[in-house]
Design a protein around this ligand. Structure first.
Ligand code: UDX
Length: 471
């Protein structure tokens, strides 16, 4: 009876349409669905989540005004800025329709009014839309607390003259954000002044609109980011719900936008325990051709078996659908290396043959690695990845940071440090301890589990309130 009653409380979710953001949003949706809420996902039309993997959710695409060229995720800043402008009116219209038609997703059964909107923090315009409809909004920030605090500090850092970062100051500690150095700040390189101003505005709006929201949901666990919780509470005086790692409750595979090549699991089955290094740089990061070549030879020279995700767009400015491999490379790695375009990453990291992860330190990848007890080689590319890599290597000490320009000899040395030397073994022990903590956190009575209870209580509370408002 209780279950039936609660299932009729509806939540509307609005993700940021990038792989690293869609995964946690759909995991959160699955978690909340399992707690008895009904789920409606409104999303920009240009990227549609795999609705057939979620037959129990309602998906509503809205007009986003994004053309084919603008939809290029390799230049993510202009795309995010456009989405924040273009989606405002369509989202508002869609919510107005939903609010006035409580039966639209109910299959004839009477639905409760919408309890609240849960939207990605970077989709900051959603706060204004929610306010105009008197609908509470919860923000989901899909990265680490530390990187969020670093973004929140940007206005102060600019005022103090830290930004833009000059080459001579890269090693200088940022005393406001220890243990970050200037080069660990979550900047986006290679952009002109105008784009950087746009980024600044995007970040300021994200932070301001999270502060104006009814609460902040984070895909992390208290034990991991204990040292930042107090600073977060001070900077964001709103309810905060650290309820991760989400993927311990619901895997990311069903929200993958690319098709995952499962043949690599059969290849991993043939490899010795903890012998394989897995390499993936997520869905956006890229490198130039000369780094790609150094990487290929560094992997070959390390003599460690490897599984490498080489997705389309990994190599910058490559017109070719397939990467151009250095002469003799494929022959040299035959039997030692497996290359795929997109992997079932969680299954790969959980495989006993995998002993290390060379990662760009996107937050999902970082958490997935920690949760499988896999130490990392860190090669951050932009934004939050810089902060995550610093924490992985310097605070949690579960990875090595590749900081210089990629060079085959250095790659070979670092792979061997991680995979076969004592240093790597010690990192493995530390990351195994974090894995256990993550497991405890999501169990009944664990801190993430408790915070999830608090989140549900808050949503039920606002649900009552909105029901009264819309009576
Ligand atoms: C983006 C940003 O780049 C990242 O910094 C931010 O923290 C989240 O948004 P992305 O670069 O794609 O994400 O990286 P990440 O956060 O690691 O997310 C990638 C997701 O794709 C992971 O859930 C991972 O399991 C999945 N994945 C990756 C696959 O399913 N297969 C692959 O081959 C590689």
């Amino acid at each position: 009876m209780e279950e039936q009653k609660s299932r009729r409380v509806r939540l509307v979710l609005f993700p940021c349409p990038l792989q690293g953001h869609i995964n946690p949003m759909l995991q959160l949706a699955s978690i909340l669905y399992s707690k008895g809420f009904s789920i409606t996902i409104i999303h920009p039309r240009f990227i549609s989540p795999n609705s057939y993997n979620y037959p129990h959710f309602t998906f509503i695409p809205i007009h986003d005004g994004i053309s084919g060229i603008q939809a290029s995720i390799s230049d993510v800043l202009p795309l995010l800025s456009l989405l924040n402008v273009n989606c405002a009116v369509p989202l508002q219209d869609c919510l107005v329709r939903l609010l006035s038609d409580t039966n639209s997703a109910g299959g004839g059964e009477e639905e409760e009014p919408i309890a609240c909107l849960i939207s990605d923090a970077i989709m900051h315009f959603t706060q204004g839309v929610a306010d105009s409809l008197k609908l509470p909004r919860l923000a989901l920030r899909t990265s680490s607390i530390e990187s969020f605090l670093a973004f929140a500090a940007f206005p102060v850092l600019r005022q103090k003259g830290y930004l833009p970062i000059s080459d001579s100051q890269l090693e200088t500690p940022v005393k406001e954000l220890p243990p970050l150095r200037m080069k660990d700040l979550p900047v986006f390189n290679g952009h002109d002044q105008e784009t950087l101003m746009g980024l600044n505005q995007l970040l300021i709006s994200m932070v301001d609109q999270v502060k104006a929201s009814s609460g902040l949901i984070l895909n992390t666990f208290d034990y991991l980011e204990q040292s930042s919780l107090a600073a977060l509470a001070q900077e964001f005086p709103i309810p905060v719900f650290t309820i991760g790692p989400f993927h311990k409750l619901f895997p990311a595979s069903s929200s993958s936008l690319l098709s995952q090549d499962h043949s690599c699991i059969a290849w991993l089955d043939t490899q010795a325990p903890r012998s394989v290094i897995y390499i993936s740089f997520g869905s956006i990061a890229s490198m130039d051709e000369s780094e790609f070549v150094e990487m290929a030879w560094g992997l070959a020279k390390s003599k460690c078996p490897f599984l490498w995700v080489v997705r389309s767009g990994l190599v910058q400015d490559s017109e070719q659908a397939e990467p151009v491999w250095p002469d003799g490379f494929l022959e040299m790695i035959s039997g030692k290396g497996c290359i795929v375009k997109w992997a079932p990453q969680q299954d790969v990291l959980a495989h006993p043959a995998v002993g290390g992860f060379w990662s760009h330190n996107g937050w999902n990848s970082t958490l997935e690695s920690i949760c499988e007890g896999v130490p990392m080689l860190c090669r951050p590319n932009f934004g939050d990845q810089m902060v995550n890599a610093r924490y992985v290597s310097h605070v949690w000490k579960v990875g090595l940071h590749l900081e210089n320009r990629l060079e085959r000899g250095e790659i070979e040395r670092n792979i061997r440090r991680l995979m076969v030397e004592k240093e790597g073994e010690e990192m493995r022990e530390r990351v195994m301890a974090l894995k256990e903590k993550a497991e405890v956190c999501v169990r009944k009575g664990g801190c993430s589990n408790k915070h999830l209870g608090d989140l549900i209580a808050q949503i039920r509370g606002v649900s009552l309130q909105t029901r009264l408002e819309y009576k």
